[in-house]
Design a protein around this ligand. Sequence first.
Ligand code: 26V
Length: 748
Amino acid sequence: MEKKKFLEELRKIDINGKDATQLYNEISSLAMKYIQTSEKPNRCASYLSIEFLIGRVFYNNLLELGVLREVSEILKEKGVNIALFEEIEDAALGNGGLGRLAACYMDSGAAVGIPLYGYGIRYKYGLFRQKFEDGFQKEIPDDWQRFGDPWSIRKEEEKQIIRFADMEVHAVPYDMPIIGKRINVLRLYQAEGSEEAEKISGVLYPPDDTEEGKLLRIRQEYFLSAAAMGDIVREYEKRHGNDYKYFAEENSIQLNDTHPVFAIPELIRVLKEKGLSYLSALKIAKQVFNYTNHTILPEALEHWDVRLLKKILPEISEILLSINSSARWRHRKEGYTPQESAATSIYIHSRRAFSMANTAVFVANKINGVAEIHSEIIKRNLFAAEYAHHPEKFENVTNGVAQRRWLELANPELSALIDKQIGRNWREHFEELDKLNAYTANEETLLEFIQVKGKKKEQLFRYIEKTEGVKIDGERILYAQVKRLHEYKRQLMTAFALLRLYYDLKEGKLKDFTPSVFLFGAKSAPSYFRAKGIIKYINEIIKLINADPETNGRLTGVFVTEYNVSYAEKIVAAADVSLQVSTAGLEASGTGNMKFMMNGAVTLGTMDGANIEIVEKAGGENNYIFGARVEEIEELRKGGYDPNSYLKEHPEWKKIVETLTDGTFSDEKMGYFRELYDSLTIGASWHKPDHYFIFRDLEEYYQTILQSNYDYKNRKGFAQKQFKNVANSFHFSSDRSIKEYAERIWQL
Ligand code: 26V
C-alpha cells in the first residue's frame, strides 16, 4: 500500500456535515483504493464455511495496513474521535466459535503469508441482534448492510448459476480483502435472480423445524458448496483446460464442519460433467478434501433426508448413494465389522438420511479435531470405527485466535506494557511472548499490569453503565462467562453459584469476600426454549441481587445485551477470571478461553477442550480447575448418576435449585422455569435428568469461586498468576494453528 498517498488523500477529506456512516464509508472506500490483493498462486488452500464472524473490520483493517495510528491522528486534527465508528454495527455472519475461528484463520493466513481463500455466504441478515424485555430475550433482525459495505467489492463478472431441480439461482461474489503479509480474499456469495432465490442468502441458520426450513438449509449449504467448487474449477481450467491431473496437487479444500460437505458430491458431479469417470472423480475428491469436526453433540451432527434431497438435488443425491456404495465396498475389502460398517455408513437406512459427517470422514484426506482432548474423543468415540482402520487420517490442530485483534486491538494498554518488555515483534511472532516469563516475578511489571487491568475494567464498567444502565464502582474482581447459550456450557450452574453467593453474603457467611462482578453475555438460538429460560432466570437473579442494598457494593450481576465480537473485545481485556465450565468432554475447544488468557485472566473451569492445554502451558497453580474429568463423566453416563439423591443430601443446594419453582422468581407463567427444573430432576425430551451433570460439579464450582475470590486479596500474587497466563499464551495464536494446517494438512 502506498501509505503516504493514502494519508495525503485522507487529509483532504472534508468532514463537514457528514455523519459517522458517511465518514466511515468514505474513509473505508479510500483505503480500499490502495489495497491490491496478492497474486493467487497455483497451489493454494480454500476454506469453506457457513459462518464467518468477522466483527468490525474498520479498525482491524487500518491496523493491518499499518495506518491506524496515523488515521486516528489525522481525524483528531479534524476534530473527529476515531471511536466514532464504533457506532457502525459489525456484520455478524456467524453465530459463535466456529464462525469466529474462520475469521481468525483468515486473518492468520494473510499474516503469515499463506495463500488461503475463504468461501462463505453474504447473508442479508446476520445473527439477530439481541434485546431484553423484562429479562426475556427478544430478537431483532440484523440489517447490517444499512451502514454500507465499503470493504467488499461485488464481482459481477464472476457470477455463476447454481441449479436446483426447481430453480436456478445466481451466485454473485463479494470479495473482501484479508490484509497481512499477503492480501488474500474472503469471497462471500449472494443469491439473486428471484424472490425465492434471494431467500437462500437471506438469513444465517433459518429455523429448520419445518420441511420448508430444512429445504432452505439444504439450499444454503449446496449454494455455498457449488459456488465455491465452480470457482475453484474455473480457476484451475484457466491454467490446465480440461486436463484435471494436477487438480489435487494444486488444491486443498478445508470443510469447516459438515455444512459445506455438499462440495464433495458437487466436485464429483462437475468432474463427471467434464468427462471424468465417477471413480477418477472420487479419487480426486479423496485427495483434496479435509474435514474439521467442531462438535460431538448428537443434535448438531447433520443428517439430510434422502427424500428432500431427491426433490431439489436429485443428481447430488445419486452421487451420495454412489459414495455410499464405494464406502461399503471398501469397508468390506478392508474388513470392517458389521458394527463398524454401520457406524461409518453414509446412507443411514433407519433414518432414510445421509450422514454428512460420515460422508466427510470417508472422503477426507485428513480429519481433525480442534483441541487435543477433542481429537482424542473423536478417535475414541464418534469416529472410532474409521480410526481403527485409518489412524493415519486423523490429526489434531488445536484452535487459536488472532493476537492482533484479541490483544493488540482489544488491549492497547497491555500491548504497550508487553512492547516495553520484549519489543513489538510478537504481533507476527507470538512465540516471543515466552520472553515475558522473565518478568512474571518482577514487582514493577506486576504493578503496571494491575494498573492496566484496572483501567480496562474501568473502561468496561463505564461502557456497561452507558449501555446496560448498571453502575459498578470501586475495586472489583470481574468474573466473566461469555459465549453462546447452551445447556452444556452450563451458564445455569453459574446462576446457581451466583445465587448461593448472594444468600451466603446475606447470611453473613462470607466474611472476607472481595467485591465481585459476575458478567454474562450470550445469545440463545431463537427456538431453544430451555436456553431462553436460562437467560430469563439469570436476569431474575441479577435483578434481585442488584436491588438489594444489603449486598450492593459487594456483589453485582450483569447480563450484557447484544453480546458480539466488539463487546467481546472489551470484556476479554477487562476480566480477571474467565469462566469455562462446560461438562467435561463436550466443549470441543473453546476459543474465548484463549482470548481471556492472552489478556491476563485466569481460567476457572473444567478439564475440557483447550482449557486442558491452557492449564498445561500456564500451570495448574495459576488457574482454577474443578469438577469431574471426562473419564468420570463417561462412567456416570453409564449409570449410577442420581441428581435427586444429591439434592436430598445437600439442602443448601436444594433450596437454590427450588427457586426455579417455589415462586422466588417469576417467568410470567411461561413455563420456562418449571421446564428447567424438570430437566434437572425428571429429565425431558430424550435426556436423562441433569444430562449435563450440574449437580456433580456444583459444590466444587462454588468452592473454587470462593478460593479465587480469597486469593485475589493478595492482589500482587493474583496478578502474578494472571501475568503468567499472558506470558504462556503464545501457543494459542491462530498463526500457529494455521501453520499447522498448512504443513500437516494442506502440504502448502
Ligand atoms: C450447530 C447448529 C445447529 C443448528 C442451529 C445452529 C447451529 C449452530 C452451530 C452448530 C454447531 C456449531 C459447532 C461449533 O460452533 N462448535 C464450536 O467450534 C469452536 C471452534 O472450533 C470450538 O471452539 C467450540 O468449542 C465449539 O463448540
